[in-house]
Design a protein around this ligand. Structure first.
Ligand code: ARG
Length: 473
């Protein structure tokens, strides 16, 4: 047994930032409970970027000399470099010493450049600082999410282009309904993703405001040029109200909301493909390298990646609920509860990125079992609606046509003879309106090509959808 180090409840947790007001250092338990450094460390590049711009703003406002400014900026840049190189092990030591990433960087700055480091926090609070860090982080991550959605959409288009003529059963109520083109089915996922793309893109508009200068809640007293700072950080404007600014997390909720919908889409898609990978469907073959086996049953090949995408959807919904619940009872303005926003956000960002990436891999690499799809589309009277449509073109009201074909279906089920094999007189026994040209409608191709309007499954409709998609790019 390694010897336990003697720990005291004191000095280690001393916090220089507010020791003036306090008669004792923070209790170890209190410090451990309140620190966020273990998880908000990922914000360090944004925290430093914000601090550099804030330093420049302070200098412009005459609050720093040129040499103070230089020393602050070079100290911050050194910390940035060091932190990029820091290992997890090295970090573990620092973990509990600082309350959060902001205190951490400020402490290191003072250690590096001396007392002048203490000027950095002039006219700024961690409340506007953390709001800024989160916006900068989310601006980058939202762009990354958009890039990944776009990649997945491109992959779907590539696969769809090669499957326009591949026919499979389309389903409603998970019962075979009407034949559709596989390309059409794949492009359904494309459209879901297109709406997701729009939601993330739209959220960037509201993200595009700088909170810096809102201070703790009331603004800053130093005449800092907020607009100049905002521009330097790549924002087009500043937030309008300091009280709102320090406790607004709508932009986090928007990312989580858009992510919840995106994951819902990926989950439905995953569900389709889990079914398709089953022996019962047999519509796809997942590559071995993207599947898992069973520790007990030697024959198994499991679609675990798809199941995990479906499963992780619950996590993302949970994270959205975390934030909504976190915020619902908060009085204005900043409250420490808000620190709980981070893990929900970071976890969502990582989950969304990894799920999109795995869906991209699967889309690129899955094998479509065309013959199996086509055979399934030929079974099960999928052309019944087309038969009714045929009678409609012969002048019969649809309701009556439906009844006639209903009887034909019942007969086919009773005799076990597929309607494609029926003779013309057999059809005419049900309605004199049947003519020889009905057989043109009784093929999968014939049925597909009739659905030639906008949004339909005919080759010309799919080709025109693909053209529109490419024009949008
Ligand atoms: N770690 C805090 C958070 O994430 C930073 C802001 C702390 N502000 C404060 N007044 N205690 O929200």
């Amino acid at each position: 047994m390694p010897k336990k180090k003697k720990t005291t409840n004191k000095s280690q947790w001393k916090n220089a930032a507010w020791e003036g007001r306090f008669s004792e250092a923070a209790d170890r338990d209190a410090a451990a409970f309140t620190t966020s450094f273990a998880f908000d460390r990922v914000l360090f590049p944004y925290d430093i970027q914000g601090s550099i711009v804030h330093t420049e703003g302070l200098a412009r406002a005459g609050l720093l000399t040129a040499s103070e400014k230089r020393s602050l900026i070079s100290g911050l840049k050194k910390i940035d470099k060091e932190m990029r190189a820091e290992t997890e092990a090295g970090l573990a030591n620092r973990m509990l010493v600082d309350e959060d990433i902001h205190m951490h960087i400020e402490r290191r700055l003072v250690e590096k450049i001396g007392a002048v480091g203490g000027k950095l926090h002039t006219g700024r609070s961690r409340n506007d600082q953390v709001a800024l860090d989160l916006r900068l982080y989310l601006r980058d991550e939202t762009k990354r999410t958009l890039e990944m959605i776009d990649l997945l959409q491109r992959s779907l288009v590539l696969r769809a282009e090669a499957e326009i003529e591949t026919c499979l059963p389309g389903y409603t109520h998970l019962q075979r309904a009407q034949p559709v083109s596989l390309a059409h089915h794949l492009l359904a996922y494309f459209e879901m993703l297109e709406r997701d793309f729009g939601r993330f893109e739209d959220s960037l508009v509201r993200l595009d405001e700088s909170p810096l200068g809102a201070g703790a809640l009331a603004g800053n007293s130093f005449g800092i040029d907020r607009m100049a700072n905002a521009r330097a950080l790549g924002f087009s404007t500043v937030t309008a109200n300091s009280i709102d600014t320090v406790c607004d997390r709508d932009f986090v909720i928007e990312y989580l909301g858009a992510s919840a919908t995106l994951m819902m889409h990926l989950s439905r898609w995953a569900e389709d493909w889990i079914l398709w990978a089953s022996t019962e469907f047999g519509f796809i073959e997942l590559p071995d390298r993207l599947s898992t086996g069973s520790s007990m049953m030697p024959q198994k090949k499991n679609p675990d990646i798809l199941e995990l995408i479906r499963g992780k959807t619950g996590r993302v919904y949970g994270n959205l609920m975390r934030l909504l619940t976190l915020l619902k009872g908060l009085p204005l303005s900043y409250n420490r509860d808000l620190q709980e926003d981070k893990e929900a956000l970071f976890d969502t960002v990582e989950t969304v990125k990894s799920s999109l990436w795995m869906m991209l891999r699967l889309t690129n690499e899955v094998e479509f079992k065309r013959a199996r799809m086509e055979a399934a589309a030929n079974e099960g009277l999928l052309l019944a609606t087309d038969l009714a449509d045929y009678l409609v073109t012969q002048g019969l009201p649809f309701r009556q046509a439906h009844r006639v074909v209903g009887k034909i279906v019942a007969q086919s089920i009773k005799t076990g003879q597929a309607i494609q094999e029926w003779t013309l007189p057999t059809f005419q026994g049900f309605s004199p309106l049947f003519k020889a040209d009905l057989y043109d409608r009784l093929t999968l191709k014939g049925a597909l090509q009739k659905k030639g309007g906008i949004g339909g499954t005919a080759t010309r409709s799919i080709k025109s959808a693909l053209r529109k998609i490419k024009k949008r790019w």
